[in-house]
Structure formats: structure tokens, C-alpha cells
Design a protein around this ligand. Sequence first.
Ligand code: ADP
Ligand code: MG
Ligand code: MG
Length: 889
Amino acid sequence: MTSYVFTFGGSAQSDDPRSRDKTVVGGKGANLAEMAGIGLPVPPGFTITTEECVRYLAEGSDFSDSLRAEVAAALAHIESAVGKAFGDHANPLLVSVRSGARVSMPGMMDTVLNLGLNDRTVEGLAQSAGDARFAWDSYRRFIHMYSDVVLGLDHHLFEDALEIAKEDAGYYADVEMQAEDWQALVSEYKALVEQELGQAFPQDPHEQLWGAIRAVFDSWDSDRAKVYRRLNDIPGDWGTAVNVQAMVFGNMGDTSATGVAFTRDPATGERAYYGEWLINAQGEDVVAGIRTPQYLTRQSRERAGAKPLSMEEAMPEAFAELAAVFDLLEKHYREMQDIEFTVERGKLWMLQTRTGKRTAKAALKMAVDMVGEGLIDERTAILRVDPMALDQLLHPTLDPEAPRDLLVKGLPASPGAASGAVVLDADTAEKRAAMGEAVILVRVETSPEDIHGMHAAKGILTARGGMTSHAAVVARGMGRPCVSGAAGISIDIASRSLRIGARDFREGDVITLDGSTGDVMAGEVRTIEPELVGDFGTLMEWADRHRRMKVRTNAETPADCRVARQFGAEGIGLCRTEHMFFDDKRIAAVRQMILAEDEKGRRAALAKLLPEQRADFHAIFDVMAGLPVTIRLLDPPLHEFLPHADAEFEELSEAIGIGVDTLKRRAGELYEFNPMLGHRGCRLGITFPEIYEMQARALFEAACDVAAQGGEAPVPEVMIPLVATRKELELLKAVVDKAAGEVFAEKGRTLHYQVGTMIELPRAALMADKIAEVGEFFSFGTNDLTQTTLGLSRDDSAKFLGVYVEKGIFPRDPFVSLDIEGVGQLVELAAERGRKARPGIKLGICGEHGGDPASIAFCEKVALDYVSASPFRVPIARLAAAQAALAGK
Ligand code: ADP
Ligand code: MG
Ligand code: MG
């Protein structure tokens, strides 16, 4: 018989391995059981499985009798473990009800604490604890939370009532409220519920419990959970578990407390305990921003120059116990842990542990440090860092020299710098970002409803909330710079304006954030490029040791080539030559070439271009000395280079001495209905061989010149684009070979080179065996291959592809992440056929996909020799290639 419920903690600990399986009991439940299993103090409780949630949601039915029976038995287990009884008037057991999916999901139901309280048990709790204030504080918290989370009432109702009560009593802080004050507020709360719902607040603890369980299950299908799942690729059929756990109380006076902590610093990765806590508080007080939390350690308090005592100083014994728990947990999980704890009258209790979210910088440092500490091996370290997260480190930080107009300082919640226009709500952020504007989302505090806006924003700024607030945690996870808790910001939504420090701003004004320091500045501040040293370098070295595929770059300027080499590129996989043609100084000659009436005219113009192209190639070969450089001959439809405005025609006419009318007529002849499928790619070389001839000559002359300088010779790989047939390649290879032969004879030096093709048409993939008889290498041009296989225009699909992804037609944009099951088949087939005709033929990929980790994993699977990515993606590709290689072992 499968169980629906597993117990954990104390004498209630289940020994069923399923009780520690995340897929069954969710992450929170599994880790609670795990912690209890290694002897840590965990309040006893039980978990209802995710399977039961899935069943409940699918059948839309009520709870089954067997579930009810198992819950009753589990509840009895807790009762005997803690020596209290649920609903008992004298010594009541209170529980928390918490959601917990396989992975932590901010979109899920909020926790309900102190469940089991009613008008009778509150008296019993006051008696047994000897503290009436605590009992009534707990009861008002319970009514508030339960009404909000389970009964669906607006939490503002309760918050406003509390504010008014405090004001009336002349109090400033919650801690000033006395037992009678809380008791009076409870009466008000109950009246509020009755008034809003037309029925009394539920007094039966069992009714309360089942209400909360139902709310957890239902929250799996809430809108915010769905948004979160969509953004994070979480399947909708996982379901959530429900954790019911005996309460421990952090609000029992000054020897009690609650807190959250990380075993290492999640922003920097430093090996230092890190966290926040509050004396005499419960649950989410720490992250809710109601009171300012205190630092955990003395060192962190002193560094921040804060007065209120750290936990290390105020509760040395409980802190020492906590520190021992940190070490135990890290040794057990071999991972940085994010934990939640409560101290009840001096005794420490663990309420949660999970793998801590971290910045890319921290992920690197921790991975490298933990190898040094012997906690993990190199392989684990490589697999642990998300390649895409490296992006954060590859992006600019503020130039320390740049002038800054500092407005306020908040908490450095998520590192990195960002400038953008202020937007005041998530929808506006999404809208303006979709139109290409850089925006900074500014909120009092964020909540799960803001996630889409946080995603769209370049940076996030909040007026309230600590380092573990929602904004901070989510921003770090997304890699967005974030400054939180920046006091001195007031927002007026009605007039779409805000005050930052002493100055007034309107929505749309530009500000800059530095998430590494907490600085908020007016206007845009200059930034500088990052460097790949220290831990980054170490991890990259390890990755290089474990990867099989080479990583090249797509680059066409010496500057890009230099950046790419610094990032570890091992060659160029795609050097597009048309970019060189667009240069201001050359465009006249290019236009002359295109508009020439005959070959003679074209050759005259090409002669002007030759030295320019040669100089370009020379500069690139210099940077890429000794490495392979794949140069693609001219590819785009010629009319892309043509003049448009009358003035441009006149200018050109003057420059090359041909009448405007003639020029316009020639331009008209070049017009195409469907240029992407028109006169482009190798079709240019077939019709105007002299163009490819000039390019080949320029690149071989440059290669010989660089070799003559005495350094390492470059290895040119001449790539013919858009080939569909063997014959095309054969004809054009002859052009290239002839140019090479001539140049080598003139220069008295022979260099190794290859001629190959891009596989970017389905026909080329299908005919790969024939094409490989001529071509010496293939490079999969997956941008065009995707376009031509799907019959989907790269330039026009952005408008509707979003809907396709939303409706699940494609898991991701196929131009970003390779359509493995479709386009991937052509790649696989072409690789196979190409290898059959030419064993050992060199195979690479040069589409955008060469920098996408999922696509890179596919390239490893079909055993390509290299991937080629844009310069900033090179480190990502190196790591992803290593992970792919390790995954295949
Ligand atoms: P989240 O998933 O949002 O972190 P949790 O279920 O962890 O939500 O609950 C939030 C907080 O509620 C915990 O950090 C803890 O402070 C408090 N809490 C949960 N269960 C208990 C309990 N049994 N006793 C005391 N506090 C609890
Ligand atoms: Mg929470
Ligand atoms: Mg938690």
C-alpha cells in the first residue's frame, strides 16, 4: 500500500526512503526528514505527498478516507512526540502548515503558523506557557495569516487594524503591544472576518487543518505559481507536498528568536556565516520588512557599523549550536545551505534547509573553495556552476573613475551594475522592456506578483526589505543587480513620481544602481569590462581539462577577436566578410562593384577593395596567430549594400562617375521579392566568381604576409556559404584553390588551408556525403538551417514566436536553443553522411546555438569537433562543453 503521509522528527521519524525523496515529499519535506535523520533538532511533523496533491487536483474530488486516516495517525504521532494534543484546551498542540514542491517555488502558498488556536486553546496556551502576551500575539498572527492565505481575505484589512490599534495606544512598534492589546485586536480581527465572510472564523482545529491543506494543494494552480513555473521551466504535473509541523515559538520573549542564514555568503561566496535574525519574533517577520533584522555574526555587524547586537553576541550559546549545525549540514550535503531556524527560550530548532541560491561570483568561489577543502571534486565543481550564470561576471561593472551623483545607499542585495529608466510597476517594466528600453523596477518591496517585471528589468530597487527579502533572493537567482532596503525612497503611484533621497524623479527618468555596493545614482554611470582571473580562471582551467569539443568564436573585427581570445577562444568559427563591406570608407567601392554593368566594371571596383580586405584579414590573423580562422566568403543579397535615398545616389554618382538614372535602373534590377532565398550566398560566387576570387586572394596574401613576419602562421579555412549541391562547391573550391596557387607562387610560400562549406540548407544536409567529397570541413550554420528547415523567417518571427513558446509548441525559441528533435536530425544526419564520405571531416557549429548550453550538449552528443560562439559567450561555451562531456561519461 502506498502511503500518502510520512512522519519526521524525534520519535516520529519515518524510516521509509520515500520520506526523504524530493519527488515524493517535496524539497522542504525531504530536507526536514534528512535533518532529523542526522540528529538535528527538528520539530516533529508529517508531510502529505506531492502524489496526493496531483491526485487531488486531477480528480477535483475531496480528500480520500485513507488520507484522512493517515493524517489522523500522523497527528497522533506528533502529539505523543511533543506531549501536547491538537485542540486540547489545557495543553494545545499548534502546528504550521507549509507548502513544499520539489524545488523551492516563491509562487506557492504562504505558510500558516500557529494553527490549532481558537478561543479556548489560546487560554490553554497562555496558561501552559505562562505568558498571556505570547499566546494572544500568536492567535492574532494566526487569524491574520489564515484569513489571508486560506480564506482569501485582503491582508491589508488586518495590517490596517493593527496600525490603528498601535496608534490609538500610542505605540510605535509591535513589541510594545501588551497581552490585552493583542486580545482586543483578536476580537477585532474576528469581527472583521465575520463581516467580510458572513461567517465566523473557524474554531474547530480540524476544520482549520483541512482548510489549510486544501489551500496548499489549490495554490499549485494559482496564477503566480504558474508564472513562476513558466519562467523556470518547472513542469505543471509535479504538484506540491504539504508539511504539517509542530510549532516552536520564537515569540516567547527575549530569550526567543527567529532567523534565516546561509552557511556561506551568497553574494561573494566567502566562507563566513551570513544571515539575519530577530529577537522575540516569529516566522516571516525577518523577511517581511516590518522590523529591521539584526546581523548574525559580530563581524558582519561591525562591518556594517550597526548597533543592535548580533546573535553571536546576544545569544552566544544558541549561536554556537547554530554554527555547529552549519558545519554539519555542509559536510552532509557538500553544498552551501540556506536555512531557517527558531530559538524557543534558548533552545535551537531547525525549520528548513536547502541548497542556497547564489550569485555567479559566489557560485564560482564556493565551487573552487570546496574543491580545496576536499568537500567536492573537480568534476562536481564543474557541474555545479550554471554556465549561463557566468554571464553575470562577463558583464560590466561601474567604472570607479566615472563621476557619480549618489542619491541614496541601500543594501547590496545582488551584484552588478545597471542603468535604466525608472518604472514603478511590473507591468510597465515588462511593456517598456519589450520595446527595447532598459528599465529599473522601483518598488516599496516586491512580491511574487512582480516576478515578470523583475525579469524584464535591468535592475531592481526597493525601499524596504533586507538581504533575504523577496527582491534580494529573486534578483540574485535571476542575476539582476538589486539594491534593497534603500530607505529614503518614497513612491507616489498616483502621480507616477518618486523621491529618491532629496530629489524628485518621474517615471522614465534614468538612474543607475550598483548592486555590489548598494549605491543608487542619478543618470547613467559609465561601466568597465570584467576580467577573467582568480576563481573564474581556475574553474575555466578545470573545464578545459574535461571538455572534448573545442570552442571558437564568431568574430570579424580584431577587437572582438582579442576579447574572444582573452575569454579562451581557440580559433574563429565564423568570420563574416560582409561586415567589412559596410565600412563607410569602402561602401562606395562596394556599390560600384555591385552596380557595374559587366565583369570589367566589377573587377575595377574589386581592385579597390582588395587592399582593404587584405588589411582586415591581416589584422585578424595577427590576433589569431597559430589558430584556425574560418572565413566565410560574401553571403548577403547584394542589394543590402545599395543606396536608398536620392542624396545617396547622387553622392555615389559623383564618386564613381555613372549617372544617377543608370544607377537607379541597376538598383531596380537587383530588387528581389524574397532576398533570403534569392541571389545570395554561393550563388553570388557562381554568378560573379571575381568577387570570391578577390576575397580568396586577399585572405591568402594576408596569411602569407603574417607568416612572413616570422610568427605562427594562421590556418585559413575558407567557407562557402549556402551551398545546396556538390557542383556549386566544386566550382567555387576551384576558384579558391586557383587564387591560393597564384598567391603562393607569387609569395614563394605555401600555407596549409582548407576549403569547406556551411551546412545551412536541408538539401545540403541530405546531400552531405556528396558535398563532403569536395568540402574539407562542415560548419553547421544553424541560424539559416533553422530558418530554412522550419520555413520560418528569422527576421519576422519575433512577433509571434512568443506565443508559440507560451503555447508549448516550441519549448524555447528555436533561434536561441536548437530545435533538437527537428533541425537536430538534419545536423546528425549530415554529420553521419559527411563522415562516411570523408572520415574525420572537421565538423563545427557557428549558429547562435553555439553559445547555448542545451544546444552545446547536443553538439557533444553528435560529436562535433567544435562549437563557435560570440566572444562573450565563449566562457559559457567552455563550461557547457565540459559539462556536456562529463554528462556523457
Ligand atoms: P517559505 O517556503 O516561504 O520559506 P516556510 O514554510 O519555510 O516558508 O515558512 C516560513 C517561516 O515560517 C519559517 O522560516 C519559519 O520561521 C516559520 N515556521 C514554519 N514552520 C514553523 C514551525 N513549525 N515553528 C515555528 N516557525 C515555523
Ligand atoms: Mg515564505
Ligand atoms: Mg522557508
